[in-house]
Design a protein around this ligand. Sequence first.
Ligand SMILES: [Zn+2]
Length: 177
Amino acid sequence: MRWESYPQDSYLSDINIFGLIYPFITKYCIFTIRNHHPIMLSITKEFRFEAAHRISNHGGDCKNLHGHSYILYVTVSAEEPDEQDMLIDFKLLKSIVKEQVLNHFDHVLILKRNKPNEALQALTDQKICWFEHEPTVERMLLFIRDALIHALPTTVQLYKLKLYETASSFGEWENKP
Ligand SMILES: [Zn+2]
């Protein structure tokens, strides 16, 4: 009888322990999934603008005035759609990006504020967007992030930006928790 009862008792004991800790395991898993993957939905809109710039500290051709046809992808996210079953109306997103970004960049000359560029400004009546840094795709992404992050409705968050400077060169910013 000893060889029959011992394994059965042990088996029942294991089940009881598992039954006790199961609710805690389940709650921990749900908590972990929610906190590691808080963003469930995102939408993206594409924008295009033309701008000229120069990278004044560049050792090569980029120090010369030249232009780019920029393509910008703006992605916003939220866990759930709103009462209209969307994260944000594309039309509203378009108007925010136009006001906060395109109005600064489209058909303008983007320059770092320094002496050579200020001398350049004196020779032209061009509309200039002054930067505190060289207007690289990286710095432009940070400008766009700062311009958009507080302009969006609180129901969504700025999740990702992708900025193409040429067909094969782009930079990205992503809101990593
Ligand atoms: Zn360039």
